[in-house]
Design a protein around this ligand. Structure first.
Ligand code: NAD
Ligand code: UFG
Length: 337
């Protein structure tokens, strides 16, 4: 099977490409390298012995993207390409709507024109907003999003649902990721944040490497085990494997399914910090500061549907997540360059 992976040189896309190639899939990546390096392709080749076909193409460029469809015969698409920084999306919403909505529409339009009917879309637990009780269940639908990034995910879910209503051949899995962290155990692939990280584990990694002085813990007065925010962290390699299960599912079914991808467990900020201290074998300084606006206390997945429909369960725990994050950080002090 030939899979088009948009955003395939990015953090989750590169790990998914490795799993796809290892399972014998043919992979073509489309990425404009806005948030990733061309060197990722060398790393993928080192890990798998295979080099995916690569187009440095912007999905906003309809003519170039059409060229990719003309030159290939895809069986399915995994659509990762997009912008993902919550805070930035509040400052530059038009850019986010342009890239994540208009870019996606170009892709969906070409899939229809070239009869590519299977798609896995990168959605996010952020679409639940702060409306529901944990564990978050797919049947809740989606709630009121709290930022433009989250709204782009919600809109994509709605758009794909409408496309599925109009095209009975379409098979779509909307994967709602919880909090992906960690890196490839080889240390060759991982997350390279731009500037000072917004997310917890990339920030802790920079404290561990000495680049940042201490972690700011956003609030210790939530109604949680130790007062700090609780999230459902999933190892990026487990998340990558969930995409293979989702692709297998799309080829056997028709219609659209929303599926959570998380571990089903919640860890607090301080629990993650202490797990990371174990991984790097040193104490990591932190200060409790005010809550971060927009944060919820607790977020974790109901994972029953992923298990039932996809046969997917996480295999890696919090120790492996922190170990692999730290290993990647040590091996790549300047990122993937
Ligand atoms: P990433 O930034 O590492 O990867 C995205 C890739 O898309 C990058 O390589 C970037 O260069 C590319 N890209 C962006 N705009 C493009 C465009 N117009 N044309 C072509 N390529 C473009 O992000 P990631 O963490 O791997 O996330 C992948 C997807 O998963 C995103 O859609 C993101 O919103 C979603 N997601 C991520 C998380 C997370 O915490 N990482 C959580 C939930 C959902
Ligand atoms: N946190 C800190 N200090 C930091 C960064 C984060 O205390 O420097 C805390 C947050 O307050 C929160 C927890 O760590 O309690 C996790 O925060 P992240 O920013 O790592 O993750 P979020 O759950 O806020 O959001 C992430 C992604 C979103 C995605 C969401 C659900 O950033 O894109 O998970 O998938 F939508």
């Amino acid at each position: 099977m030939h899979i088009l992976v948009t955003g395939g040189t990015g953090y989750i896309g590169s790990h998914t490409t490795v799993e796809l190639l290892n399972q014998g899939y043919q992979v073509t990546i489309v990425d404009n390298l806005y948030n990733s390096s061309i060197k990722v392709l060398d790393r993928i080749e080192r890990l798998t012995g295979k080099r995916p076909q690569f187009y440095q193409t912007d999905i906003l460029d309809l003519l170039s993207l059409e060229n990719v469809f003309k030159e290939n015969n895809f069986d399915a698409v995994i659509h990762f390409a997009g912008y993902k920084a919550v805070g930035e999306s509040v400052s530059i919403p038009i850019t986010y709507y342009q890239n994540n909505i208009a870019g996606s529409l170009n892709l969906y339009q070409l899939m229809a024109k070239y009869n590519v009917d299977n798609i896995v879309f990168s959605s996010s637990a952020t679409v639940y907003g702060d409306n529901f009780q944990v564990p978050f269940k797919e049947e809740y639908g989606s709630g009121d999003t709290t930022n433009p990034y989250g709204t782009t995910k919600k809109f994509n879910e709605i758009i794909l649902t409408d496309i599925a209503k109009a095209n009975s051949k379409l098979s779509c899995v909307l994967l709602r990721y919880f909090n992906p962290i960690g890196a490839h155990p080889s240390g060759l692939l991982g997350e390279v944040p731009n500037g000072i990280p917004n997310n917890l584990v990339p920030y802790i990694a920079k404290v561990a490497s000495g680049e940042l002085e201490y972690l700011r813990v956003f609030g210790d007065d939530y109604d949680t085990i130790d007062g700090t925010g609780v999230r459902d962290y999933i190892h990026v390699v487990d998340l990558a494997k969930a995409h293979l299960k989702a692709i297998e599912y799309t080829v056997k079914h028709r219609g659209i399914e929303v599926i959570n991808v998380g571990s089903g467990f919640g860890y607090s900020v301080l629990e993650i910090l202490h797990a990371y201290e174990k991984a790097c074998q040193k104490p990591l300084p932190y200060k409790i500061v005010a809550r971060r606006p927009g944060d919820i206390a607790t977020c974790y997945a109901d994972t029953a549907k992923a298990k039932k429909l996809l046969g997917f369960e996480c295999e890696l725990g919090i120790d492996e997540m922190c170990r692999d994050s730290y290993n990647f950080t040590k091996m790549n002090p300047d990122g993937i360059e």
